[in-house]
Write a protein that binds this ligand. Structure first.
Ligand code: PGA
Length: 273
């Protein structure tokens, strides 16, 4: 799974999609339509929420004939949100879970370090979001919305050898929860985000295994989650990450702002995994 996180950047959706289309080469297939089921890789774009509808409309119009399966039309990539509120009603400025379901968003990121640091979100509030997303998922929307929970340690915590303790603490929110089958974790060391720095790939692999073990032992249904790596992933370094056994994909920030580069990363994943 490869997810783009556009954050709070204004992009030209048409241009991004054209660049993506020109570069995207799924598994040597050279003609359209590509049935989505032929792709190794689930891919998604977390656009700013205000762009969800534009992105959807553009995708239907532009890529409409790419991925017909029988009479069904499927979007080639999922469209999701970068965060969501845990409640609804009198909460000025917030986007609720029922709104994102109404607009068929396929995934929601929660717990991004920028939300934790800049908007003071703690485990309590992130757990509420997770529970709300899962409540809706249990109501029959399991196929539609994937929760991507971001966790990661700061540089200082990493230097002090506290990484696993910090991650375990952030993962406490899954304790005794019945997780839906699509639940996904993104390991994003805070010091790697936007810095050009990354951990050693073998360390990433070890941490991903650790995350899978912690979630499996602590969730009520012993779910083994998919774990994505995030933090300065580019088309130059992606292959090194994807070669690792427990790396199930990537959450890509800066490098996803360019449709060509994002497509290159998806191509690398399809080749490597
Ligand atoms: P980056 O951001 O790829 O620019 O490091 C990743 C993220 O914040 O999800």
């Amino acid at each position: 799974m490869i997810i783009a996180n556009w954050k709070s950047n204004m992009l030209k959706i048409g241009l991004w999609c054209e660049d993506f289309e020109n570069e995207f080469k799924p598994l040597g297939l050279d003609h359209k339509p590509y049935p989505k089921s032929w792709l190794n890789c689930r891919m998604g774009v977390a656009v700013p929420t205000i762009d969800v509808l534009d992105m959807k409309n553009y995708c239907y119009y532009k890529f409409g004939d790419w991925y017909k399966r029988g009479d069904e039309h499927e979007l080639l990539f999922d469209i999701g949100v970068q965060d969501v509120d845990h409640s609804s009603g009198s909460r000025t400025g917030a986007i609720s879970v029922d709104m994102i379901f109404e607009y068929d968003c396929n995934f929601a990121i929660i717990g991004h370090s920028e939300r934790r640091q800049l908007f003071n979100e703690d485990n309590d509030v992130i757990k509420k979001k997770l529970k709300t997303l899962h409540r809706f998922a249990k109501d029959g929307f399991d196929e539609m919305t994937t929760t991507i929970l971001c966790i990661g340690e700061t540089k200082e915590e990493n230097d002090k050898g506290m990484t696993k303790d910090v991650l375990k603490n952030q993962l406490e929110i899954v304790n005794d929860l019945q997780l839906d089958s699509q639940f996904t974790v993104a390991y994003e060391p805070v010091w790697a985000i936007g810095s050009g720095l990354t951990p050693e790939t073998k360390d990433i692999n070890e941490i991903h295994k650790y995350i899978k073990d912690v979630v499996q032992s602590n969730s009520e249904n012993n779910l083994i989650p998919k774990v994505l790596y995030g933090g300065s992933v580019t088309d130059k370094n992606a292959e090194n990450f994807f070669e690792e056994e427990f790396v199930d994909g990537a959450l890509v920030g800066g490098a996803s702002l360019d449709g060509t580069t994002f497509a290159k990363i998806v191509n690398i994943f399809n080749r490597t995994k």
